[in-house]
Design a protein. Structure first.
Length: 461
């Protein structure tokens, strides 16, 4: 029995040992699992605390960032409100202005507006126009940009404050240009055209974009083309651009070249003749081909009037041109259908195109000379002419304007152009007074010495 008990005990011992070992292992596993759960819980809690701490530490930064984001929006709105109330700008105008670049801080915009208004002596409408067309005047530095440029313009062109203000409002882009580059353009124009200081100022003041147009891409090619196309010497080129400076801003290919070609062809005019017209009225090159020359050429042909009249009358407004054209059409019809007969005696026809008295009809037998001081209705040239009294009373008198070459009818007693018509009759019919002048009652504003020389047939010294 002892033998049987030992194995049993041994078996029991082994079994118990195994059970204990299993229990211990299981207990360790359980304990480890609990430790892991506890550790995970602690770690989770720590992570939550860390997240909370991190969130708390980031809150001021987010608030500052939000405040920073709200700052520009608020500033931009305040700037818009200022420009809307002070300059009466619309929302659409403000949108166009800020589309290019932000306008800056409110604290800088208001002082710049005040400075510009004082510096250029602008009213509110002028200031609004300047800001609307050139918003960079509000973003550029006054000390580094705006003030030096305006000072240079005023000194270089010898402008007073009012003149400077009008120029800048008319051409706001000038404010953004550098004085050094504008001075270079002035020097180049002076050398190319042979100008003195006064002529340079006159040229640039007549067309301020000359200060910033490219010399190589604009000014030089245009001047070279004009001189070659019109066969001008340096003096003729200089005279033409001084008379009408905006010519240098016109496109050669899109504007002047096709215009001259059209006028040569449609008016059957030589280059030399066309050049003479352009030298006399340089603005001929500036008027629109489609809006002015084509319609006027067709109207002249329809009226039976020489189409060349469109050049001598180029400066006239449409209203005045067509009014004059209607009068000329009636004259052409009246002349063609006139049944006037030559009155008894000698026909006297005077063309007073010069101021000397040699060869005037009616003067070879001691007839009196008459003189007239008149202003051309086409080109506003004021001149004096003389003619014989015999031609004025019994014949035809036509005077030619020295400025534009137009002929003006003074008297027509033969029905060539008008039936028994004189300038005095026309003036009286309009209700204007006519006064005959002599040595005793020369009117104020009439050059007495000039009239005396004309009537006496003497040339001026």
């Amino acid at each position: 029995s002892s033998a049987s008990t030992r194995p049993c005990c041994a078996l029991s011992y082994v079994t118990v040992r195994k059970v204990y070992t299993f229990w211990a292992s299981s207990n360790l596993i359980i304990q480890f699992d609990r430790f892991q759960q506890l550790q995970d819980a602690l770690q989770g809690n720590n992570q939550g605390k860390m997240h909370a701490a991190r969130a708390l530490s980031a809150a001021p930064a987010r608030a500052a960032q939000k405040k920073k984001l709200l700052g520009p929006k608020k500033n931009a709105q305040q700037v818009r409100d200022l420009l809307r109330t002070r300059l009466a700008l619309t929302e659409a105008e403000l949108d166009r202005m800020v589309r290019r670049r932000p306008l800056g801080a409110l604290t800088t915009i208001k002082p710049k507006l005040d400075w510009l208004q004082r510096r250029l002596d602008l009213d509110t409408q002028q200031l609004a126009r300047l800001v609307r067309r050139e918003p960079t005047v509000l973003t550029n530095s006054v000390e580094r940009n705006n003030a030096p440029t305006l000072d240079w313009l005023q000194t270089r062109l010898e402008l007073d404050t009012a003149q400077l203000g009008r120029m800048v409002v008319k051409l706001p882009a000038l404010v953004g240009k550098r004085p050094e580059s504008m001075e270079e353009n002035c020097d180049w124009l002076r050398r190319r055209l042979g100008l003195d200081a006064t002529q340079t100022r006159r040229l640039v003041a007549g067309f301020p974009p000359l200060l910033y147009l490219s010399v190589d891409e604009n000014l030089k090619p245009t001047l070279d083309w004009l001189q070659k196309r019109l066969d001008l010497d340096d003096g003729g080129l200089r005279k033409m651009v001084l008379t009408h400076p905006p010519l240098l801003g016109l496109s050669v290919e899109a504007n002047m070249a096709p215009k001259l070609a059209y006028l040569e062809q449609e008016l059957n005019m030589t280059r030399a003749a066309l050049r003479d017209h352009v030298l006399r009225i340089p603005a001929i090159l500036a008027y629109s081909l489609d809006k002015r020359y084509r319609p006027r050429v067709e109207a002249c042909r329809a009226a039976g009037v020489d189409a060349g009249y469109v050049l001598t009358a180029a400066p006239l407004t449409d209203e005045y041109f067509y009014e004059r054209l209607e009068t000329m059409r009636e004259v052409v019809v009246a002349t063609a259908s006139s049944r006037a007969t030559t009155p008894p005696g000698r026909r006297a026809f005077s063309t007073a195109s010069s101021d000397d008295g040699n060869g005037l009809p009616g003067t070879e037998h001691g007839g009196r000379r008459l003189a007239i001081v008149f202003t051309c209705t086409v080109c506003d040239t004021r001149s004096a002419k003389k003619f014989s009294e015999h031609a004025y009373r019994h014949g035809v008198v036509v005077v030619r304007c020295p400025g534009c070459g137009n002929d003006h009818l003074i008297a027509d007693n033969l029905g060539f152009f008008e039936d028994d018509w004189t300038l005095e009759d026309m003036l009286r019919a309009r209700g204007d007074s006519v006064e005959t002048l002599d040595d005793d009652n020369l009117a104020e504003g009439v050059d007495a010495e000039l009239l005396k020389r004309l009537v006496e047939g003497r040339r001026g010294k």
